[in-house]
Each structure stands twice: as C-alpha cells, then as structure tokens.
Write a protein that binds this ligand. Structure first.
Ligand code: MTE
Ligand code: MO
Length: 201
C-alpha cells in the first residue's frame, strides 16, 4: 500500500530522470505555450523557407518542396528558461544539415527569422551535426499553430527560446547579431546545463 499522493505536482527528480534535468529546472508533462505576440496563421500556399545572407545563391523551398525533403523522427528533452523541462518529446522535421547540404559559406553565425517578426541568434555550428531541425510534426500530429506550426526551429540542446516558432528562414552572417529575447537581456548562447539564462550568467 502506497501513501504517495497521485496528482501531487512534484518538483523533485523521479527515478530514471537523473542526469537529464538541467540545474534549476523541473519536469512537466504539460506543454506550456510561450509566445511574445499573437499566433500568426500563414497559409501553406504562401509559406516558404529561405536561407539568405552569406551564401552565393539564396535558397528557398515552398511547403511542398520542403516536405519532399528527407525528414527525421527526433526524440529529445526540451528546457525552457522559465524552468520547465519536458522529457522525450517526439518531433518530425528536416535536419538543418539537409538544408545546408552543399552550401559554402563564410558565416559563423545565424539569425533565425519568423512570421510575426521574432528572431533568435545562434552560432552556425550549433545548427549543424545533427543538433537542429525545422520541425513540422509533434507527437504524430502536424505541429499546432500555438507551438509554432506549420514549422518551427528545434534546437533542443539550448534553452527553448532558441527554437523559433513559425520559422521562415535562416540568415547566415559573419557577425553575431542579438535576436529578440537576446536583445532584452536573455543570454546570448543559452546552454541549460550551464544555466545561461540571462546576460552575465
Ligand atoms: N516566433 C516565436 N518563437 C518563439 C517564441 C516567440 O515568442 N515567438 N518564444 C520562445 C520561447 S521564450 C519559448 S520558451 C518557446 C516556447 O515554445 P512553446 O510555446 O511551443 O512551448 O518558443 C520560443 N520560440
Ligand atoms: Mo521561454
């Protein structure tokens, strides 16, 4: 007989979660929505994904072209700077490696840009090597608009604000330009394991 109360919102680490929850984070089974503005609703006929900036010929895919690219199933833990982590989230998306295949660039930085004007900056190296995707599916369903559908960036090794919802493209840059939250004092890099929440952390 167990006297552990079910449904109690525990904030300690459960067995099997050791080493998976970064410092200062708690595990949730919810999927909170965090958006700085209204949810854009872009018809798929008008959706494109572009790679611009330091590239000889900019690249652009329509929705149908993008969905014809090879996609991957991804299972990852995600970590929000507001302290929730969600374990084993399942996504479907196109690897940034696939999008950058054959691209030559002198860029070391990227600004991801989205419908609604949101931006976030990352080192290009953090988008390569199987670490980042443009995700269009979540838990076997099309990604919901509130969570960034039709497609969002997924960069699970960094705090989740780097995973730009409603992403429309990547600007390749030689210099590092702060994005939306980075310009309001969030950490420039955002490693959850180092608790890089705010500038100066
Ligand atoms: N376009 C856009 N992307 C965004 C945001 C936003 O406001 N606009 N918020 C970021 C933040 S702070 C977080 S924590 C996650 C939240 O994603 P979710 O709403 O799917 O949980 O999206 C990130 N991507
Ligand atoms: Mo966030």
């Amino acid at each position: 007989m167990s006297f552990v109360s079910r449904g109690f919102h525990r904030r300690h680490t459960e067995p099997g979660q050791e080493g998976r929850v970064p410092p200062g984070q708690y595990v949730t089974t919810d999927f909170p929505v965090l958006s700085a503005g209204p949810t854009p609703h872009r018809p798929l006929e008008n959706w494109t994904f572009s790679i611009t900036g330091e590239i000889d010929e900019p690249l652009r895919w329509t929705w149908d072209e993008f969905r014809a690219l090879p996609s991957e199933n991804i299972t990852k833990d995600i970590h929000c700077v507001t302290k929730w982590s969600k374990l084993d989230t399942r996504w479907e998306g196109v690897s940034i490696d696939t999008l950058l295949d054959g691209v030559e660039t002198s860029a070391e930085f990227v600004v991801a840009f989205s419908d609604g004007g949101y931006t976030t900056n990352l080192p290009l190296a953090d988008l390569k090597g199987g670490k980042a995707w443009v995700a269009f599916g979540f838990e076997d369903e099309p990604l919901e608009p509130e969570h960034g559908g039709p497609a969002r960036l997924l960069v699970p090794h960094l705090y989740f604000w780097k995973s730009a919802k409603w992403v429309r493209g990547l600007q390749l840059r030689e210099d590092d330009e702060p994005g939306f939250w980075e310009g309001y004092g969030y950490h420039n890099y955002g490693d959850p394991w180092l608790e890089q929440r705010y500038a100066g952390d």
